[in-house]
Design a binder for this molecule. Structure first.
Ligand SMILES: Cc1cc2nc3c(=O)[nH]c(=O)nc-3n(C[C@H](O)[C@H](O)[C@H](O)COP(=O)(O)OP(=O)(O)OC[C@H]3O[C@@H](n4cnc5c(N)ncnc54)[C@H](O)[C@@H]3O)c2cc1C
Length: 306
């Protein structure tokens, strides 16, 4: 638990990124979770996923941009992704982070930037998922999403909720009424016990509760997890309730439990893989290390090998 918090804390220390990037082995390690640095490097991986009956979601890595020009560059990268998806006919949507579009500078700027991407996705018949970040931006992320949702259709834009947050069940109840397409995940940031369950059991319990609420709503939602207990609970629930496999999708991260991704796709479930790419891999990579103690040993082993 201490290691997890420390790694998540380190993920926010941008200064360490340049230090880490100097080690060739570190950069090599990132390829386990990050598909490449450029859009063109990523397309072949998405084709491979599609060939195995998995869809994808592009994520251009660059959280918390420092100025409006950088945010605009991020918008243009996403417009390019949407164009490339059409050109290459890969089966993928996109995931965005509002801090990438300037949320830390000005909420109105982030809304306008996100709107440009949703508008283009709609024009192309694609879909934008708004990722959820730290609890300091949960409310403003939901507010911006609701604004977008009021201007666009259900199948144009969706949001993410995190089961470790105490507020999430109430948020899910409110958002399903819109209706809205929701990805439920456990949550990947350091949060104080006032806002998030400190106990993993409570997070898991809440995950199952929210998953059941979402899948009972008849809207197409995403169940994002690699946890076999959460997957079994989902499979048991849909089987018991007679909810068809085509009514929702499992979602997993690039580089994590590829075996499970393939198995679920073979079993006839919809599976979407979240595929991050870009030069600003540091915070994302550190959060992935934090999720599993064995990942630290993976790094240590490679450090020793040089
Ligand atoms: C598609 C997708 C989108 C996401 N979007 C967001 C988001 O918008 N906001 C947010 O806060 N979080 C997001 N997350 C991350 C999520 O919140 C969790 O941090 C992450 O998925 C780990 O939780 P878990 O459900 O896999 O369960 P855990 O209990 O953490 O893990 C269960 C098992 O999965 C395997 N596993 C999990 N993570 C790893 C890893 N990194 N490396 C190797 N094995 C691993 C291990 O076998 C582990 O024992 C997303 C996750 C997915 C899959």
């Amino acid at each position: 638990m201490v290691t997890r918090s420390a790694l998540i804390w380190l993920s926010g220390q941008e200064g360490l990124k340049d230090f880490a990037a100097r080690f060739k082995f570190f950069k090599k390690l990132t390829t386990r979770f990050v598909a490449g640095e450029t859009l063109d490097e990523v397309i072949p991986f998405i084709r491979e996923l599609n060939a195995e009956n998995c869809t994808a979601s592009f994520d251009h890595l660059n959280e918390s941009v420092g100025n409006a020009d950088e945010a605009d560059k991020e918008v243009r990268e996403y417009l390019k992704i949407l164009e490339r998806i059409d050109e290459t006919r890969v089966r993928s949507n996109v995931s965005i982070k509002l801090t990438q579009f300037g949320l830390g500078l000005d909420a109105e700027l982030a809304y306008k930037n996100a709107r440009r991407v949703v508008e283009e996705a709609k024009r192309r018949g694609n879909f934008v998922r708004v990722d959820m970040e730290g609890s300091d931006v949960t409310q403003v992320t939901i507010d911006i999403f609701k604004r977008l949702r009021s201007e666009f259709e259900l199948n144009d834009v969706g949001i993410v909720l995190q089961s470790y947050l105490r507020r999430t069940y109430a948020d899910a109840q409110e958002l399903v009424k819109l209706p809205a397409r929701i990805r439920i995940c456990k949550g990947a940031y350091n949060e104080p016990p006032e806002v998030a369950f400190p106990d993993k059991k409570e997070t898991d319990h809440n995950y199952v509760k929210v998953m059941q609420l979402l899948l009972s709503s008849g809207v197409y939602h995403g169940v994002a997890t690699h946890d076999p207990k959460m997957i079994d609970a989902t499979v048991d629930f849909v089987t018991r309730e007679g909810i068809g496999k085509e009514k929702f999708e499992f979602q997993m991260l690039y580089g994590v439990r590829r075996d499970l991704q393939r198995q679920l796709a073979r079993d006839g479930y919809n599976v979407r893989v979240y595929v991050p790419y870009g030069k600003h891999w540091y915070p994302y990579f550190m959060r992935r290390l934090a999720e599993r103690p064995a990942n630290i040993w993976f790094v240590m082993k490679n450090l020793v090998k040089g």
